[in-house]
Design a protein around this ligand. Structure first.
Ligand SMILES: [Zn+2]
Length: 268
């Protein structure tokens, strides 16, 4: 790809993400490429999305419960105000009130949305397990103190990478679990899983009827090694997978744009 300055060579570079939410600053440094001519840094969209998700995951794990964190994790969970209002039996205005400090926030609602976010990052868990995590006390800021800086390790941003990372985790999930956690169409996910199985990256561990959820075991439990093997086998880790039936045009469009687009960012 040629830069706007006319140069087509790239050199390795570092980019730092930085975002302050609820008084805590989250940072992550990633490997990117810069133009050998003018020095412009290219940050792939998938990395930006991975950073936003990592911030939401940290907030969902540690809190604090606040209007600002609620807005963040709800958006990261991909839940529209109207949809959440229907689930909780409140009006969208009530949720808008929680998100702007006009009303005291409903802690049960906050916990529910946080669980949805963590399902997508860590894989599905029993709600009871989630709520028992010892450091998890979102009634107060029990994470980093206000004003502190938290360095995040970015999980994979692309959808195939996220599926493989979930499968490499310590718990064996069915394909239906993964589809639920990542809000994917199950048939489309299974088609992808069969392709990954044909490459020897994962294997099905249950012989089931076509309608039953199937368990898949990774060829290694080391997520980084699994992603490396997949990349070497020619798998496009950023390739999109069709979303579940809830058709959200904005989300689908973002998904379709993600693999190839890049953002231009100032060098750091
Ligand atoms: Zn340039």
């Amino acid at each position: 790809m040629t830069c706007r300055c006319g140069e087509s060579n790239r050199t390795p570079a570092k980019h730092s993400f930085r975002r302050t939410v609820a008084g805590t600053t989250f940072t992550a440094t990633v490997d990117v490429e810069s133009c050998a001519g003018c020095g412009d840094v290219y940050v792939p969209a998938s990395l930006m999305i991975a950073f936003e998700r990592a911030v939401a995951g940290e907030l969902a794990r540690r809190g604090p419960v606040s209007d600002e964190t609620f807005r963040w994790i709800r958006k990261a969970a991909g839940i529209e105000r109207g949809e959440l209002a229907q689930i909780l039996g409140v009006t969208p205005e009530t949720i808008a009130g929680w998100e702007s400090e006009r009303r005291p926030i409903d802690r049960a609602a906050w916990q529910l949305v946080a669980a949805v976010v963590l399902d997508g990052i860590e894989g599905p868990r029993a709600v009871r397990t989630r709520l028992k995590v010892p450091h998890r006390n979102p009634s107060a800021s029990v994470g980093a103190p206000i004003g502190a800086e938290v360095a995040l390790e970015l999980p994979p941003g692309g959808m195939i990478a996220r599926v493989l990372s979930l499968l490499a985790g310590p718990i064996e999930f069915t394909d239906a679990d993964v589809a639920d956690a990542l809000d994917l169409d199950l048939a489309a996910l299974r088609a992808q899983l069969r392709e990954l199985a044909a490459l020897g990256l994962i294997g099905a561990t249950t012989a089931t009827t076509p309608n039953e959820a199937e368990r898949w075991r990774p060829s290694t439990r080391d997520a980084a090694a699994l992603l490396q093997r997949a990349a070497e086998a020619g798998v496009d880790l950023d390739a999109p997978i069709a979303r579940a039936s809830r058709k959200d045009g904005r989300e689908a469009a973002a998904q379709a744009r993600t693999p190839s687009s890049t953002w231009r960012a100032t060098p750091t």
